[in-house]
Design a protein around this ligand. Structure first.
Ligand code: C5P
Length: 406
């Protein structure tokens, strides 16, 4: 699914360097970005930077015959689903407020029906000037979203309001407008990922080789499919995918509690975590000292999180994973039935398979069905799996229930 089409307008100001980071963040969130620079912006940063980050040649002139032949400015104004101008200089805000069309960016803003957001950036006295304030008020009245500015140190050496917001803040503020409609739009999905750590004493724990990569890739694919995603994660060296809310846990017990807390309103639960099956019967208060040649460890079963979710009367659609070293499909089908899952994704794990690898292959099973998803990079595989989950979920009674409640 293609992301939203966004024009990022860059005007002349020192904060133009932050626009490069903004483009990066928007692309990361799946947006298709076309950068449009004013003449002033080109005094601060080069078009090459933006071209590399957006993957599209930068537009900067109304009079560029070749660019206009490829996509005329009226066509470009129609193409845009959102225009965000960052930084927006005092001069640009004035020209926008008064309906000028004396360069490509102002012309696009005048010729579009897409929403417009501006992130002002200027010296604090220029910001406070009555002319600027009245232009901003006028723009707001007309529905232009004004993002910031923040107060603080300024590049000119002064301190006060006028600093452009950081790129991540701008990306967060316009996130609702970037939301694409997908097969899971309006659905809340709760997913567990990564390993758990079961403490033996204050410094030692028992864990496993799960990197969390597959679960995180699935979380990203779910978000791309329009879902609201909550990721309950064991300790991993990964960043949460953009737009995904992460809840950090360590032990199986903490994961159980987080899942119970986050479950209300969940349409689909996915257990991608490699949860410890046993935990040490007790966690020593102090570091355990070495004594004899051999040490016995008493362990107790942990709660099976996914089975507990699937056993509830108000259960969501439940998807499990099965990492197996032998008889993959047979074990997975047995787990599908025993844990009362709606779908299970099985893969073979071993010395160099699946765990901490960037590629994986899956066999997906459900009652009365089966599909093989061949070896692919984890994100591609996750997208294929999410498409299949959405397909199976839509045919399930839970989907109708959640639509009725949602
Ligand atoms: O029984 P096994 O661990 O092989 O089952 C794997 C599936 O069960 C995975 O979806 C995993 O996230 C889930 N699981 C769980 N809680 C446990 C153990 C496994 O949710 N304590």
């Amino acid at each position: 699914m293609q992301g939203k089409r966004v024009i990022v307008g860059v005007t002349g100001g020192i904060a133009a360097y932050k626009a490069a980071e903004l483009v990066r963040r928007l692309v990361e969130r799946g947006a298709q970005v076309q950068v449009v620079m004013t003449a002033g912006a080109q005094q601060f940063v080069t078009a090459t930077t933006f071209q590399a980050l957006s993957g599209r040649p930068v537009r900067d002139s109304l009079w560029d015959v070749a660019a206009e032949a490829a996509m005329g400015h009226i066509e470009l104004a129609r193409w845009a689903e959102l225009i965000v101008v960052a930084p927006a200089s005092a001069d640009f805000l004035a020209r926008l407020a008064h309906g000028h069309a004396d360069d490509l960016l102002t012309t696009l803003c005048l010729a579009t029906e897409a929403p417009i957001a501006v992130a002002p950036a200027m010296n604090r006295i220029m910001w406070a000037n009555a002319a600027t304030q009245s232009n901003v008020a006028l723009l707001q009245q007309r529905g232009v979203q004004v993002l910031g500015p923040a107060a603080g140190d300024q590049a000119c050496g002064e301190t006060g309001p006028g600093r452009m917001l950081e790129a991540v803040q701008i990306a967060d503020l316009i996130a609702p407008a970037l939301q694409t409609q997908g097969p899971l739009s309006g659905r809340r999905v709760l997913i567990t990922a990564g390993p758990t750590r079961e403490a033996l004493d204050p410094v030692r724990f028992i864990s496993n080789r799960s990197s969390g990569k597959m679960g995180y890739a699935v979380a990203q694919a779910l978000r791309e499919a329009g879902a609201e995603v909550v990721l309950v994660s064991g300790p991993v060296a990964l960043c949460a995918p953009p737009g995904v809310r992460r809840v950090d846990v360590e032990s199986a017990q903490q994961m159980t509690e987080a899942v119970q807390r986050e479950l209300p309103g969940t349409a689909i639960f996915i257990g991608a975590a490699a949860v410890a099956d046993y935990r040490p019967s007790e966690c020593a208060a102090d570091k355990i000292k070495k004594t004899g040649d051999c040490m016995q460890l008493a362990m107790n079963r942990t709660e099976d999180i996914i089975s507990a979710v699937a056993a509830r009367a108000d259960r969501p659609f439940v998807v499990g994973f099965a990492a197996e070293t032998t008889a993959v499909e047979q074990h997975a089908r047995e787990k599908l039935l025993r844990k009362n899952l709606d779908l299970i994704a099985a893969n073979e794990v071993g010395a160099c398979k699946a765990f901490d690898c960037d590629e994986n292959a899956l066999v997906v099973l459900w009652r009365g069905g089966r599909r093989e998803l061949p070896s692919a990079p984890k994100l591609d595989l996750a997208r294929a799996l999410v498409a299949l989950i959405a397909e199976r979920y839509s045919e399930h009674p839970q989907a109708a229930n959640h639509a009725a409640h949602g």
